[in-house]
Design a protein around this ligand. Sequence first.
Ligand SMILES: CC(C)(COP(=O)(O)OP(=O)(O)OC[C@H]1O[C@@H](n2cnc3c(N)ncnc32)[C@H](O)[C@@H]1OP(=O)(O)O)[C@@H](O)C(=O)NCCC(=O)NCCS
Length: 181
Amino acid sequence: MQKNMHSPSAMKIRRATREDAAALAEFGARTFFETFAADNTAEDMAKHLASAWSPQLQLAEIDDPMLDTLLAVDADGAFGGFAQLHAERAPADVPTQRPVELKRFYVDKPWQGQGLARELMAAVEQQARERGARELWLGVFQRNPRARAFYSKCGFRKVGTQVFVVGDDPQADDVMLKELT
Ligand SMILES: CC(C)(COP(=O)(O)OP(=O)(O)OC[C@H]1O[C@@H](n2cnc3c(N)ncnc32)[C@H](O)[C@@H]1OP(=O)(O)O)[C@@H](O)C(=O)NCCC(=O)NCCS
């Protein structure tokens, strides 16, 4: 029987280290582009990518004590996905007690629908609990139905909206929240 190369059991989830910064910058820019290129002008996309992804920016994020960056890596060290949490950050207009923001959550195309996203989310929730969080929340583009369905499946519910600017374009995000027990 052929081995399923995209079984999540082939992946290990670990914290990013400073040595991961350049590869993470490339991976993050590529997955953002693949997910959102169709919904943005080339100018807005280029402006956003330049402002959010570079080895220096990801190095600063990995060094930031308020950010936790988790990577799903295969046996060869290639990334299948990543997540980034921002401790003690609250959503606007939503009452929370001890919130952690799930700031980024990306699974590469070959791994989508394979169960890796669930494993990464379990690691995210564990990390948030270790930060003492009672609530995990996120902003998700309203025109990203797959992600919204996935977060609903994981127990998040819509509690509001916020604006996320891509380049010069202010876009509508749903704010979704999950209480951690
Ligand atoms: C969002 C993401 C992490 C989800 O991981 P995944 O492995 O694709 O998720 P799953 O396949 O387990 O779940 C997605 C669900 O959405 C459903 N779905 C897919 N396309 C859909 C659509 N157009 N409309 C509604 N639901 C949709 C799937 O059927 C599935 O539900 P099911 O398990 O009940 O069948 C992953 O797709 C991803 O990284 N996408 C690109 C980056 C991104 O959008 N990140 C989120 C930024 S906020």
